[in-house]
Each structure stands twice: as C-alpha cells, then as structure tokens.
Design a protein around this ligand. Structure first.
Ligand code: AMP
Length: 215
C-alpha cells in the first residue's frame, strides 16, 4: 500500500510518518530528506535542487519524478511524505503504480490553519540522519538540542526562517493545495492536524485500515 501525506509545511506529516515507520514498519519516503541527502553527498541532482530549496520554491517536476521513479522501483508499502506536490507529480505517480498493476495510492490530508504553521516551522529542530522532527514548544526532545534516540545534536533547517517559510506556504497554496481536488473522489481522508500527536496517529491508522480493508 502506498499512502500519500498531503498538507502544508509544518502540518505534522514528517512527525506522523516517523511514528508510523517506527511503530508499524511503514517505510517513510520523504522527498525533502532525499534531496537534502543528495545535497550532502554533492550529487548533480543535489546541485540542481539547491537554489530552489534555499528559496522555498519547488524543485522542477522532471527532476523529482525521475528521483521518485527510481526510489519506488522496489517499494511495496510506503508513506510518501512531501510527494506529490503538483498535479503533474500526482499524475506521474498514478501512471507508475498503474504500470506496476497496483492499487492507486490514497491520501491523508493534514488540515492546519496557516497562522499556526509559521509558529510550528520557526521552532522546529530536526535530526538529519534519521529525519526525526521536534519542536521547542510543541514536541520538545527529552534534552534540549539533542535527538532522543541517538543522542546526536539537532539542527534547524536553513529554509525554516521567516521569509522562506512564507514563500513555502504560498507555494503550497498555489501548487500543492489543488491536489485536494485531485484525490477528493474516494481517495482522500482529512485529519485535524491541530489534534494531539497520538490522536492524529490514531486517525491515520483508521484511514489505513479503511484503505487496506482491515477496518
Ligand atoms: P520538505 O522537507 O518536504 O519541506 O521539502 C524541502 C524542500 O525540498 C521544498 O521546499 C522543495 O524545495 C523541495 N521538495 C521536496 N519535495 C518536493 C517535491 N515533491 N516537489 C518539488 N520540490 C520538492
């Protein structure tokens, strides 16, 4: 089963994907994490993506679709976190799963009002090696500045600064929000992203049970 996490930056997609990965074995595939890895490894794709990411814009569809084609080649169960982000990417993903003769992916929409998102992004800290996400007020690590599991230092993403955050939220509204219409007919479950973290996890588990016919 492929499940798409859809929602603006800061809505909790990465936090929930990590929980479902750690507790239930779903593989999280985050295009943002993959791109950051390409940049750290100084690949050609990383170099091409850099200026778009730093300014909060979307990396061009053809680069992302090529990267995800390769990534999804041998994957059967996964949560896609941050992909698709445009209608062209959503159509490419549907083509890919159809070619493999698999059911079309369902989507979970994280609903969070825009005014809350800026606060959530500004206080966000991540553990780059695992992708674990914390927030200094809403989801703090056990020890400030340190990852709970590995004890390694946390970092703030360079694109989590006020000006870039605004661009990213505008880009979401213009380019990604139309995907709600794309998935609406029978493929979308909305969850209240303002609810407590364990409550959101429960609702997503409910959505998974419906999609896999185990409800
Ligand atoms: P994220 O970690 O999901 O917030 O992504 C960080 C940045 O990576 C975004 O602001 C984009 O520049 C780029 N990015 C991640 N996923 C995609 C995607 N599916 N399409 C285009 N750009 C993406």
């Amino acid at each position: 089963m492929i499940l798409i996490f859809l929602g603006p930056p800061g809505a909790g997609k990465g936090t929930q994907a990590k929980i479902l990965e750690e507790q239930f074995g779903y593989r999280q595939i985050s295009t943002g994490d993959l791109l950051r890895k390409h940049r750290a490894e100084k690949t050609a794709l990383g170099a091409e993506a850099q200026s778009y990411m730093d300014s909060g814009k979307l990396v061009p569809d053809d680069l992302i679709i090529r990267m995800m084609d390769a990534e999804l080649e041998n994957v059967s169960d996964a949560i896609l976190d941050g992909f698709p982000r445009t209608i062209a990417q959503a159509a490419a993903l549907d083509d890919l799963v159809k070619r493999k003769g698999r059911p079309l992916p369902g989507a979970v929409l994280f609903e969070v009002p825009r005014e809350v998102l800026e606060d959530r992004l500004i206080g966000r800290w991540t553990h780059p090696a695992s992708g674990r996400v914390y927030h200094e007020r809403f989801n703090p690590p056990k020890k400030a500045g340190v990852d709970d599991v590995s004890g390694e230092p946390l970092v703030q993403r360079p694109d989590d600064k006020a000006e870039t955050i605004r661009t990213r939220l505008n880009v979401y509204e213009k380019e990604t929000a139309p995907l709600v219409g794309y998935y609406q007919r029978g493929r979308l479950t909305a969850v209240d992203g303002l609810a407590a973290i364990p409550e959101v996890t429960d609702r997503i588990k409910g959505a998974i049970a419906v999609r896999t016919g185990t409800a």
